[in-house]
Write a protein that binds this ligand. Structure first.
Ligand code: NAD
Length: 418
């Protein structure tokens, strides 16, 4: 699985969806070219003193794809495969996502090629500070605002804010996804999982799927997966199988999600959870479900397994979990795929609320955050669903078309070409 992910071009995969949308929208060749080229890219070498006194050099990236609709915005990924191709793809994805969610940002992404599980907290702190000081001339509250992603978290953002502040003064609005105590927003940690649940509820309603009696299979139990699970479980949905990078667990009746959350917090994985039978992670997609939720990494659903997966609906909580080949197979099989740029936009929506709270030095209550999140997620879903209803487009095709069109319109209004 990992090899396959490595061989293919992540950017090429996003481009396939972009090209289709550009064609249907009749975009000029010039605008198409502008949109497939990242605006600015930085690659940095990051020398870090390890706890044993040795020195390691890590490689990091920041890619700024497009800022027609506002400052660049996108997470920083800590992952051994966070290479330039992947970071470019994710930056482009952010451009369409922020436009679809209608938040006033462009698209960017960062990455450090590292396995964060292998570093101590103090090593991660030093690495994060090195990375921040190396990209600090590109970021800022009105330039580019990083956030957490795969392998990074609220603590990472607190370190980034602190390092940026050393040189630029106290600036909480330079990053989002911070801990509440240092300017984070209530509701931000759960936002991506919660937003995914709002989209699922709306889609299930439209597709005649009764969530209360559904079987859900979930890959990934980190920020996105575990919050999605908590919220879905709280709404009465039945999560029957969960797997992460170390193991999986299956219970045909239902998994006790609050207990699984506590277990995973203590053990760093769902592997070995006593409330179900152990499940090798590679067998997860063989389990029959009504809703399949990939919430971990990219390319896990591909041409080798899409034909045999038994489900009624795929909810892409992760970025790029379904390859274009698998997308085509699902289309032929009549299985709807709700796309990443719609489903996981909740994180960037509440990042937007966090940024506005920081700029105003005024904090919102959690109900206000969740209500405003719901309103934006449903607005984005409704726009996509109505385009799907009135055409033979897939949800992904419709979502891309809406996102790309909004960015093209902003670029045109700003008169980018001089
Ligand atoms: P995380 O690091 O908190 O958790 C990742 C989870 O995926 C972990 O449970 C890990 O064990 C699992 N995983 C990793 N490799 C795996 C493998 N090979 N097989 C099975 N499981 C594996 O990351 P996250 O923040 O939850 O992000 C997950 C996905 O959601 C990523 O694609 C990310 O880009 C996307 N996303 C995250 C946010 C956010 O707000 N955190 C927002 C939008 C999109």
């Amino acid at each position: 699985m990992a090899d396959q992910a490595q061989e293919r071009s992540a950017q090429g995969d996003v481009k396939i969806s972009f090209d289709g949308a550009a064609e249907r929208l009749g975009l000029s060749q010039g605008v198409r070219r502008l949109f497939v080229e990242p605006w600015r890219e930085l690659r940095v070498a990051l020398p870090v003193r390890m706890d044993d006194g040795s020195m390691e050099v890590f490689i990091g990236y920041r890619v700024q794809h497009n800022a027609a609709r506002g400052p660049y915005k996108g997470g920083v990924r800590f992952h051994p495969r966070a290479n330039q191709d992947e970071v470019r793809a994710l930056a482009m994805l952010m451009t369409w996502k922020t436009a679809l969610a209608d938040v006033p940002f462009g698209g960017a992404k960062g990455g450090i090629m590292v396995d964060p599980h292998k570093l101590s907290a103090s090593e991660l702190n030093r690495l994060t500070r090195r990375y921040t000081s190396s990209i600090q001339h590109l970021i800022g509250p009105h330039r580019d605002i990083p956030a957490p992603d795969l392998g990074s978290n609220a603590q990472t953002m607190a370190w980034m804010m602190d390092e940026y502040g050393q040189a630029n003064g106290y600036t909480p609005s330079v990053v989002t996804g911070k801990p509440i105590e240092v300017g984070g927003s209530l509701g931000r940690e759960a936002a991506t999982g919660r937003g995914a649940m709002y989209v699922l509820q709306a889609a299930a309603n439209d597709l005649g799927i009764e969530l209360r009696h559904c079987r859900i299979v979930l890959q990934g139990f980190g920020n996105v997966g575990s919050w999605f699970a908590r919220i879905a479980h709280g709404e009465g949905a039945r999560i029957v199988a969960v797997a992460d990078h170390l193991g999986g667990v299956y219970n045909d009746r239902l998994l006790d999600i609050p207990a699984l959350v506590d277990y995973a917090k203590e053990h760093g994985s769902v592997a070995g959870f006593p409330g179900g039978t152990p499940l090798p992670p590679e067998d997860l997609f063989t389990i029959e479900s009504d809703i399949l939720v990939p919430a971990a990494i990219e390319n896990v659903i591909n041409e080798s397994n899409a034909g045999s997966i038994k489900t009624r609906l795929v909810l892409e909580a992760a970025n790029q979990p379904v390859t274009p080949e698998a997308d085509a197979i699902f289309k032929e099989r009549g299985i709807p795929v709700l796309p990443d740029i719609l489903v996981n936009a909740g994180g960037v929506v509440v990042s937007y609320f966090e940024w506005t709270q920081n700029l105003q030095q005024y904090s919102w209550g959690e109900d206000r955050v969740n209500d405003a999140l719901k309103e934006r997620m449903l607005r984005a879903y409704d726009a996509v669903a109505s385009l799907v209803k009135n055409s033979d487009r897939t949800f992904r095709e419709a979502a891309y078309e809406i996102g790309v069109e909004r960015v093209a319109r902003a670029a045109e209004l700003r008169g980018f070409v001089v």
